[in-house]
Design a protein around this ligand. Structure first.
Ligand code: AKB
Length: 332
């Protein structure tokens, strides 16, 4: 764990030292690039470092600092934090719900062992740490309509179990070591220019791509499966807001946030208003359906609204119009 004395030679150089210096792990997933863009606007391009174990596409590589980081490699992570004088860590690396069930060992290692490295590094260097949690941190014995911040959490996916673990460990480190841990439970996030990977709520992204490309959509959940959802711009803004919230406004360290709840049928009806020719068929995937049936249908985010002023901007009609415009559909 020794860092070479000339390490700063290899580090990304910063022009603006007044702002936080942010490392985003899992940066090439659904949310990292969008969050980096938002944070770079606010804090300066060079203060935000995206990281992942994958090779970035050209446009991402040229848009600001990118670095290789493997959250399972403590030394690598430690060097990055030291060499780049990181002050905020945003931990997006995780396997999502459906893909986690297909690979429990890998999910356990990335989502739990990886988090332990992140927590230790954040505590050791006094970082502000943001870790997203999810509606998936609840389970069949949680109240589903509506689900408050504090209630029974007995998820039945490795993803959910790892996220409850992250919430509890982050809060424990906060109370035990003073770690500035901040956590939002995201609903299903819908984005046009970045694809989610292996989630149960992904149908609500796929429908737009298929509607525009082929005019046909095969849904892997039942038509009446209600889940909380949010447009990506709201999600990224909420993340920036909790990161910037003054400490004395936070009565908790883990908050539900929400924007809307809908079923596949309701989403399809809204898309039909713009594209009446869209064909939707239902071909239910038992694993995904089982997961969705154990998750909240409506999410109570009143604490986020009261404590630090959370307010969503996109509801269902706005979401559908925005997605179709973005994907270049002939919106009527
Ligand atoms: C998933 O479906 O696994 C994620 C989530 C709701 O956390 N999108």
């Amino acid at each position: 764990r020794q860092v070479a004395s000339d390490a700063s030679f290899h580090s990304v150089s910063f022009s603006d030292t007044d702002h936080p210096r942010v490392l985003i792990t899992g940066g090439l997933g659904q949310l990292g690039v969008g969050l980096a863009k938002l944070l770079r606007k606010r804090f300066g391009k060079n203060n935000i470092i995206l990281s992942d174990i994958r090779k970035p596409p050209d446009n991402v590589f040229h848009s600001g600092p990118f670095i290789y980081s493997d959250i399972l490699d403590y030394k690598n992570l430690h060097e990055i934090v030291v060499n780049n004088r990181i002050t905020w860590l945003i931990h997006y690396s995780a396997l999502l719900s459906a893909v986690g069930e297909a690979n429990v060992r890998l999910a356990r290692s990335v989502n739990i062992t990886g988090l332990h490295n992140i927590l230790d590094i954040a505590a050791e260097h006094g970082l502000r740490l943001f870790v997203p949690s999810t509606i998936g941190a609840f389970g069949p014995t949680s109240p589903r309509n509506s689900t408050p911040d504090l209630c029974i959490q007995r998820p039945r996916t490795i993803y959910g179990v790892s996220k409850v673990h992250a919430e509890l460990m982050g809060e424990y480190y906060h109370y035990r070591y003073g770690l500035d841990f901040r956590c939002l439970r995201y609903p299903g996030i819908i984005s046009a220019d970045s694809q989610p990977g292996g989630g149960t709520t992904d149908y609500a992204v796929q429908i737009f791509h298929d509607a525009v490309k082929t005019g046909k959509f095969e849904c892997n959940l039942k038509p009446d499966t209600r889940l909380p959802m949010m447009y990506i711009d709201d999600c990224l803004r909420a993340t920036l807001e909790i990161l910037e919230a003054p400490t004395d406004t936070l009565s908790m360290r883990t908050y539900n946030i929400n924007a809307m709840s809908f079923t596949p049928e309701e989403l399809a009806q809204e898309v039909h208003k713009h594209m009446p020719e869209l064909q939707v068929i239902y071909n239910v995937d038992a694993i995904r359906q089982g997961i969705a049936d154990s998750w909240p249908m409506n999410f109570d985010d009143s604490n986020a609204r009261n404590d630090w002023g959370w307010k969503h901007e996109y509801d269902l009609p706005e979401l559908v119009t925005t997605m179709l415009n973005f994907l270049g559909a002939d919106s009527r």
